[in-house]
Design a protein around this ligand. Structure first.
Ligand SMILES: Cc1cc2nc3c(=O)[nH]c(=O)nc-3n(C[C@H](O)[C@H](O)[C@H](O)COP(=O)(O)O)c2cc1C
Length: 207
């Protein structure tokens, strides 16, 4: 990874690996463009014991996100398994710690998108995506979903919505992404990267 290239932060939480597999597809989409990189980061689980502290380096997957990863990104893709039709607590916990960035307007005019995974087909993919967008709007980000020019949106029988990529992981959360879900997640990463490059001059004007 080069220190000088702008990057899209792909920030996700995943317990069984489905959302992580989506994150990796979005990263491939970002990196299909020249001049921008993907930075994959996760967040630690939250615990019912408030004093519990997780090791700094997770046992597998991406390393944990820092506020600086978010502060300096050119764009943000945020991914969560659906939990009762909403994002998972560990991601919400991370976002609740971003007041400092909000106060300084660090994310204003940066593009953002969301992705999710569910166990059941009508188990809340759209509600999760739309509710994940709310804190991003508070931060002044510019939300981008998926346009219907991505023809898989009309063809999918599993995941994939105009609000963002989604995946049907199944009852045991063990179903791999199918071709449509993979293509849409990749297209979403590519689109976000294109928008991040296009909106970058706005950041230069603000600083
Ligand atoms: C507390 C909890 C709530 C859940 N709520 C939903 C839900 O509302 N709809 C649904 O389809 N699946 C629900 N699930 C299943 C997860 O969305 C599913 O396990 C997840 O998509 C797998 O993603 P991962 O492999 O990235 O962890 C829930 C799981 C848990 C543990």
């Amino acid at each position: 990874m080069s220190a000088s290239l702008p990057y899209v932060l792909i920030l996700y939480y995943s317990r069984h690996g489905a959302t992580r597999a989506m994150a990796e597809r979005l990263a491939a989409g970002v990196e299909s463009l020249r001049g921008i990189e993907a930075r994959l980061r996760t967040v630690p689980p939250v615990s019912p014991t408030c004093e519990a502290v997780d090791p700094e380096i997770p046992a597998e997957g991406a390393v944990y996100a820092s506020l600086d990863d978010l502060r300096h990104c050119a764009g943000l893709a945020i991914g969560s398994p659906t939990r009762f039709g909403n994002m998972a607590a560990p991601l919400k916990h991370f976002l609740d710690g971003t007041s400092e960035l909000w106060l300084g307007g660090a994310l204003i005019d940066k593009p953002a998108t969301a992705f999710t995974s569910t166990s059941s087909l009508h188990g809340g993919q759209e509600t999760t995506l739309l509710t994940m967008l709310v804190p991003l709007l508070h931060h002044g980000m510019v939300y981008a979903g998926l346009p219907y020019s991505e023809t898989e949106l009309m063809e999918t029988t599993r995941g994939g919505t105009p609000y963002g990529a989604s995946h049907l992981a199944g009852k045991r959360s063990d179903q791999p992404l199918d071709d449509h879900e993979r293509a849409l997640a990749q297209a979403q990463g590519r689109r976000l990267a294109r928008l991040a490059l296009a909106l970058a001059p706005l950041q230069e004007k603000r600083s």
